[in-house]
Write a protein that binds this ligand. Structure first.
Ligand SMILES: Cc1cc2nc3c(=O)[nH]c(=O)nc-3n(C[C@H](O)[C@H](O)[C@H](O)COP(=O)(O)OP(=O)(O)OC[C@H]3O[C@@H](n4cnc5c(N)ncnc54)[C@H](O)[C@@H]3O)c2cc1C
Length: 395
């Protein structure tokens, strides 16, 4: 870690300590669109958006490593979970517009993303096109200066808050499936576009189905060339490397588990007195340290190459990072024990408001359940193992 990086970390930590909103509480479920935007704008005013964007487009011109340090400090501060809402705009939509967009697209979209004025969502997955993304069927037909879109996207996170979607559509079904895909930027308020909630196992509304019924999208909203969308999507996936391991999230959960274990009664003392529990914590912490070092190594190598092509080694970060996030969530569940169970008999009988004690246990089980998705999103762990087997091990 260079001196400049340490200074950056210290500044990020100080700013987050002073500015992180305390309402609603961290990890306490999804927030409203207004809440997300207010927090995004605050980060923008503080200079924490576009950390790794080039200076020419208004970014800070720093490296992916600084971006990761920001994610780590963000998680350390237990800053609100709508990080993902800014993540999609700043890490996916923005960089693709910077690299492949027209001057008009850059002038229109980039300042809004940097200022924290817009929320983006990612319209890639469809029924029957998740792991096999190139099988997507949502159809776009060129009519004059518009594409007319019909079809459905699935699992579109934050679509219910979003102003814009970057979306893959099928413009040619005649050849190889990767070759007939086009990349469009779609205004979520376009007539014919319907967002329907999916309530996930944690009971919250994070993700959605999106339906297109003759949705007209101007051709000027196309990124690059028609039928070349797969190339731009690959570029975008290359950008996913920053923060994919979410080391900060796991660290924050483990710290939380340790703090709680020091006050949760167990036998004659507290849970922290139990050597088996401490052993488990230590084992996860060791693996997390190894992941942190591996992450720095993989990113430093990619940056040195100056390449935006997806580095197959990032699959290691995805697999290990998601496993450790899940283990850390499980550790918290163990600390909470039966307190994590939503057992409130009066409430179940329909009498009064839910009362659950202690307060801190309220979100432990939902967060544990929601953590199951981290080994699925962004390419499931089985798919990541296939990538490693083929591209890294040469099997
Ligand atoms: C909470 C959540 C949020 C999401 N947010 C978004 C979003 O914002 N935008 C978006 O576009 N997508 C999003 N996704 C979709 C996500 O990217 C897909 O769910 C993921 O790619 C898996 O696709 P699938 O669900 O169609 O499962 P499938 O592809 O049908 O896979 C089912 C199972 O089969 C396994 N499998 C499939 N193919 C192979 C193979 N070749 N070898 C070995 N095993 C295989 C998979 O690993 C998995 O276990 C989200 C998903 C979730 C759960």
């Amino acid at each position: 870690m260079t001196a400049a990086m340490s200074t950056f970390r210290r500044e990020a930590r100080q700013w987050l300590e002073a500015n992180t909103p305390t309402e609603p509480p961290p990890e306490d479920g999804p927030a409203s669109r207004e809440y997300v935007l207010a927090w995004l704008r605050k980060q923008a005013r503080g200079g924490w958006t576009g950390i790794a964007w080039p200076r020419e487009v208004g970014g800070r011109g720093l490296s992916v490593l600084e971006q990761i340090v920001w994610f780590e400090e963000y998680a350390r501060a237990a800053a609100p979970s709508p990080l993902d809402a800014s993540f999609v705009g700043l890490n996916h939509a923005g960089p693709t517009v910077i690299a492949c967009g027209t001057p008009e697209q850059k002038a229109f979209h980039l300042p809004k993303i940097l200022a924290g004025e817009v929320i983006w969502c990612q319209g890639f997955s469809e029924p029957g096109a998740g792991s096999d993304l190139a099988a997507l069927r949502t159809q776009a037909v060129l009519e004059g200066d518009h594409y007319v879109i019909n079809g459905q996207k699935l699992w579109t996170s934050t679509a219910h808050h979003a102003d814009w979607m970057f979306c893959l559509v099928r413009t040619d079904a005649s050849g190889k499936k990767q070759q007939g895909i086009t990349y469009l930027l779609i205004d979520m308020r376009t007539p014919g576009l319907t967002v329907r909630p999916i309530i996930t196992i944690d009971g919250y509304h994070e993700t959605n189905e999106v339906f297109f019924d003759n949705v007209r999208v101007p051709v000027v909203n196309r990124i690059g060339e028609e039928n070349k969308g797969w190339d731009y999507a690959k570029f975008l996936l290359g950008n996913e490397r920053s923060g994919i391991a979410r080391v900060g999230v796991s660290k924050m959960r483990i710290r939380h588990a340790k703090e709680l274990a020091k006050r949760v009664p167990c036998g004659d003392g507290v849970l922290w007195d139990d050597p088996r529990f401490r052993e488990r914590v230590a084992a996860i912490e060791v693996e997390l340290k190894a992941l942190e070092i591996t992450q720095m190594r993989v990113i430093a190598e990619s940056s040195a190459r100056g390449s935006h092509a997806p580095d197959p080694k990032t699959s290691i970060l995805k697999i290990k990072g998601s496993e450790l996030q899940q283990l850390a969530a499980e550790l918290l569940l163990e600390v909470a024990g039966p307190d994590a169970l939503p057992l409130d008999l009066d409430f179940l009988r329909g009498v009064g408001d839910p009362v659950r004690e202690p307060d801190w246990a309220l979100t432990i089980a939902p967060n544990h359940y929601f953590a199951r998705h981290v080994s699925i999103v962004g390419g499931s762990n089985e798919i990541q193992k296939n990538i490693l087997a083929k591209s890294v091990l040469g099997l």
